[in-house]
Design a protein. Structure first.
Length: 170
């Protein structure tokens, strides 16, 4: 009897946590559209952004996916996470290497974050975050190797650039 009560309580808490993980502001049109377009999706997590744009993060097969919807339920763009830069098309990979070389000469080695291949109605773009202790930026690439810096922030150092970290002896 005690096992059943404990099991029921655990199941109840699990159900509540799953319900609270879903964002209640995602409307029925958006969820219906998502279910029609991404049959078999699992581990779906919703969030909302500016102007009613809803983002679904989910799994399809063994890949991580993103999908953005407007408030009417129309798909804006969707895409999957690319496992490594080696899986990028050749022109995109070459352009990424050129961007890294350009910015690393000024800011030092950059780390790549999760790369996403996003497909819209008419094009595919690859989004690559690059970052180190001085710079954080998001770069998008088109299939032909063209690129745009979508966001670039210099990271303020906690220690002024002109001050030495090593204490000097007087």
């Amino acid at each position: 009897m005690k096992k059943n009560i404990i099991l029921s309580a655990a199941l109840f808490i699990l159900c509540l946590s799953n319900l609270s993980a879903q964002d209640a502001t995602v409307n029925a049109r958006v969820t219906k559209s998502f279910e029609e377009k991404f049959i078999g999706a699992s581990n779906i997590k919703w969030s909302t952004h500016e102007k009613g744009v809803a983002l679904a993060k989910f799994r399809m097969g063994d890949e991580t996916w993103l999908a953005y919807f407007n408030s009417e339920g129309s798909l804006i763009t969707s895409g999957r996470k690319i496992k490594s830069a080696d899986a990028l098309p050749l022109k995109v990979k070459a352009s990424l290497e050129a961007v890294e070389t350009r910015y690393e000469s000024k800011f030092g080695p950059l780390d790549q974050g999760g790369i996403y291949e996003m497909t819209g109605e008419y094009s595919t773009e690859y989004f690559v975050p690059l970052q180190n202790g001085q710079l954080a930026m998001m770069v998008s690439f088109t299939d032909d190797g063209g690129y745009a810096i979508r966001k670039k922030d210099k990271i303020a150092s906690p220690i002024g650039a002109d001050k030495s970290v090593i204490a000097k002896k007087n």
